[in-house]
Design a protein around this ligand. Structure first.
Ligand code: DSN
Length: 412
């Protein structure tokens, strides 16, 4: 991208941008929620559409001059509908947590009972954690994964739902590597009279490519961020059945937000257009192949992967048997130029700031074009770094090797 104006006008900020660009180019991204957008998505984000105010929706705005903004929002809506077979889509949510807040706002009253997966079992803060607005405003009952299998035990979910009679059941997670039984969730919800809400922020790209089951035709309401496997700009969307369209739209605006970010809406439209292509489907399939290879290679090296593998783009590695914490592993990997995120393991005895595991994901390295051969090398680097955590010389040698591979697979 051309940064001429930024470089001339504000060298202080420009320097930081260049430093981050260099870091991204020379280092490897294994954070499961990150990705690299295409140049077209970046260009859309840098357009004059950022200058506009457009409270309201296409055809019904509270400001003049929105004829072209209406067009771009309609394109984004239609593409998202097609991508997920959705009856209605709101493309205005600013990010994942505000989208989830709008969903709760649309369907619940403060104090209502909701079922959500516990954070340390792979859930998200906005699925009822006590320090988050969701846990403060609503009466969340938390379900867990089965500690032994690392998988959601649907019989246990059904038992809790029958006992607690929640008004809503939340499924879709941040650190869960297995396919989700959407139909079974819907059956349970129907039995107890609960709404079904899926948060597919992590797996949206894989669902759009039809490589994982799609909850959109099954659930009442589904949210997703647009910047993870979906590879769009930072932001979110909410999809729902037609009958809930008006309450969702009202919850987003005027309920939760003011003016939408129209430049981001344009970038969402571009990303949805990309996700509709065969190239994207191939990309999504490679993400899964890469994640499976990484999990297998790490297991061969003696690592415990929660649920013994993955169906999607991520895995949680339990480091207990390696004698280091997730935070230490994150710091060691940082030293060799690999970014990853510490993660709790189900039932973690350690605190979230220094938990027992690390979460790894393949969306970003797959965008760079890395495939199984590269993944095998990455698994060995991770293991070698952990085994040589107190050997600075070895760590710098690994950093050089990581950098060499990154140079061979430039960011688009
Ligand atoms: N921060 C995101 C993640 O890493 O999963 C979720 O909000």
């Amino acid at each position: 991208m051309n940064y001429d104006h930024l470089a001339n006008q504000d060298p202080e900020v420009f320097k930081v941008v260049l430093e981050e660009e260099k870091r991204q180019n020379e280092e490897m991204e294994l954070i499961a929620s990150e990705n690299y957008v295409s140049p077209a998505v970046r260009e859309a984000m840098a357009t004059v559409l950022t200058n506009k105010y457009s409270e309201g929706y296409p055809g019904k705005r509270y400001y003049g001059g929105n004829q072209f903004i209406d067009d771009v929002e309609n394109i984004a809506r239609e593409r998202a509908k097609k991508l997920f077979s959705a009856e209605h889509v709101n493309v205005q949510p600013l990010s994942g947590s505000p989208a989830n807040a709008a969903v709760y706002f649309a369907f619940l009253e403060p104090g209502d009972k909701v079922l959500g997966l516990k954070l340390d079992h792979g859930g998200h803060l906005s699925h009822g954690h006590p320090v988050n607005f969701s846990g403060m405003l609503y009466n969340f009952i938390q379900y867990e994964v089965d500690i032994k299998s690392g998988r959601i035990d649907m019989d246990e979910v059904a038992n809790i739902a029958r006992r607690e009679k929640p008004k809503m059941i939340v499924a879709g997670y941040s650190a869960y590597s297995r396919e989700i039984e959407w139909e079974k969730f819907k059956e349970i919800a129907d039995e107890v009279g609960a709404y079904t809400f899926a948060d597919i922020a992590h797996t949206a790209g894989l669902i759009a490519a039809r490589l994982l089951n799609n909850p959109v035709p099954i659930f009442d309401v589904v949210s997703t961020t647009t910047h993870k496997t979906l590879r769009g700009p930072r932001g979110a969307i909410i999809m729902c059945k037609k009958e809930y369209a008006s309450q969702i739209d009202k919850a987003v605006f005027p309920g939760m937000q003011g003016g939408p970010h129209d430049h981001i809406t344009a970038a969402k439209a571009v990303a949805f257009g990309e996700a509709l292509t065969q190239d994207f489907k191939n990309y999504a399939a490679q993400i899964i192949k890469n994640a499976r290879t990484l999990a297998e290679e790490l297991m061969n090296l003696g690592y415990k992967i929660i649920s013994d593998g993955t169906d999607n783009h991520l895995m949680v590695v339990d480091l207990t048997n390696k004698g280091i914490s997730g935070r230490e592993a994150e710091e060691i990997l940082d030293k060799i130029g690999i970014s990853a995120s510490r993660s709790t393991i189900p039932g973690d005895p350690r605190p979230p700031f220094n938990p027992s595991g690390i979460r790894l994901g393949t969306p970003a390295i797959t965008t760079r074009g890395m495939k199984e051969d590269e993944i095998k090398k990455i698994a060995v680097w991770i293991d070698t770094a952990i085994n040589n955590k107190d050997n600075p010389q070895k760590l710098s040698q690994l950093k050089e090797e990581v950098k060499e591979m990154c140079k061979a697979f430039p960011i688009p």
